[in-house]
Design a protein around this ligand. Structure first.
Ligand code: FAD
Length: 414
């Protein structure tokens, strides 16, 4: 019998498994695919230092109307999906105000201030530094109004001591000479890292886990069964047993927890990516965010990756990459993108809770089960610090940060 089964080999589960192995626990990591092949595969690869502003519902009637008419590339929806997430959206709406943002920023700072150093530490241990770039990332503001909308972010960065530098069009052109000069302002956050292949980083951490003696096996987490002294799962052609289990299945976490009576308000916020070549000698030096249109362009090993914002649709519904089509001409007008390098767009699913914070800690009322999921837009960033925290909690150490904001009980009246 092993000490721990970790279900899910995305960035979150791999990081938990690696931290447990580093603490000498015998760990079996289970996934139906190879490590890092789902949401942790195709994201934007930002390891974000600030992360203070959750994705909320705008109060501006014009923006709301654009959303309602399904015209905004920053948010797309399937009409049939909306009744299923109405309760979730109402909860998000109740937090879409200054007090909600302040509360989120204070809690998320607990994780964000450790996110970059924790990633760098795992990258050094796993020999994955080659994927990391310490260039920071840039937000682009096309209009005075959108720049004014960033005031809260700047205020929170000042409060928590996070560096940023505002640039005018000339300043931006100095560091990104191939961007069209159509921006009112831009700002760079130099303490944020990014990676050139998110899946490669996840796989490198998984390889490090195995080098420490951890076992990775293919299996279906839905075979998880309670035993007299722990848990079992059918994986790798055998029945694997362990005293404790960590559920880190990202957007699939509910598949395991709902049958146990733990019904979390977890939804899958879908997003797409496509890679492009660059025309001529054009180079993109940093990841950039077009704030108005809610998309990112970032240099990756395969080319320049365009990632989209949120699509509200059933987790398993067929892809509808409408936002990507809307964004292509906008992105091409911003940077001289050349040929498309993917046959079809990649679709990913952010595991999202309505308070935009993850669950890290014990499963309420289920002895021997631990939870590490719901990292939403920041799971690549926060996987390593979350893994460290859950490993500390499971091994009786005092976690590096207060885990109370991340307790599962907050969704069950606790
Ligand atoms: C377009 C886009 C851009 C993003 N950009 C960023 C970014 O720049 N920075 C950032 O921090 N975050 C970003 N995110 C969010 C981030 O990608 C996710 O929060 C993160 O990858 C979630 O990791 P995870 O390990 O929880 O889930 P996943 O990576 O999805 O891992 C879950 C694992 O569970 C496995 N699994 C599921 N069901 C079963 C089963 N029944 N049996 C066995 N295995 C199972 C899956 O195969 C998968 O490997 C982005 C997301 C998207 C969609």
């Amino acid at each position: 019998m092993s000490d721990v089964i970790v279900l899910g080999a995305g960035m979150v589960g791999v990081s938990a498994a690696l931290h447990l192995a580093m603490k000498g626990r015998s760990v079996v990591l289970v996934d139906r695919r190879e490590p890092g092949e789902e949401t942790s595969y195709g994201n934007t690869g930002i390891v974000e230092r600030e992360g203070y502003i959750p994705v909320t519902i705008p109060k501006d009637p014009r923006a709301l109307l654009r959303y309602a008419l399904n015209q905004a590339p920053e948010a797309n929806y399937h009409l049939s999906h909306l009744p299923k997430v109405a309760g979730w959206l109402m909860q998000l709406w109740s937090r879409s105000n200054t007090a909600g943002v302040e509360a989120y920023a204070a809690d998320n700072e607990l994780l964000c201030r450790h996110a970059v150093p924790e990633h760098r530490a795992l990258a050094a241990a796993a020999g994955a530094e080659r994927y990391f770039r310490q260039t920071g990332w840039i937000r682009l503001y096309r209009s005075p109004a959108s720049f004014a909308g960033a005031a809260k972010l700047f205020e929170l960065c000042d409060r928590y001591g996070v560096a940023y530098r505002v640039m005018d069009a000339d300043g931006l052109a100095e560091i990104e000479p191939h961007l069209a000069r159509i921006m009112h302002k831009a700002a760079i956050w130099p303490e944020t890292d990014s990676v050139s292949w998110p899946a490669g980083v996840t796989k490198a951490y998984a390889a490090r886990f195995q080098a420490l003696g951890g076992r990775f096996v293919h299996g279906d987490a839905r075979s998880l069964t309670r035993t007299a002294d722990g848990w079992s799962v059918v994986a790798g052609g055998e029945t694997v047993t362990a005293r404790e289990v960590v559920v880190a299945l990202g957007p699939w976490t509910g598949d395991i927890l709902a049958p146990l009576g733990l019904k979390f308000p977890l939804i899958a916020k879908r997003g797409y990516h496509m890679h492009f070549g660059a025309t001529g000698n054009a180079v993109l030096n940093h990841p950039i965010v077009d704030v108005e249109h809610g998309f990112c362009l970032t240099p990756m090993e395969k080319g320049i990756r365009l990632t989209t914002a949120v699509e509200f649709a059933d987790r398993d519904a067929p892809p509808t990459p409408r936002q990507l089509e809307q964004l292509k001409p906008i992105a091409r007008a911003l940077f001289p993108l050349a040929e498309e390098r993917d046959e079809t767009p990649w679709l990913g699913r952010r595991p999202a809770l309505p308070d935009s914070l993850p669950v890290i800690g014990r499963a309420p009322g289920v002895p021997g089960m631990w939870l590490d999921f719901g990292h939403g837009h920041l799971g690549f960033t926060q996987g390593p610090i979350s893994g460290r925290l859950i490993a500390e909690a499971m091994t009786g150490q005092t976690p590096l940060v207060d885990l109370r904001p991340f307790r599962a009980e907050r969704f069950f009246g606790g």
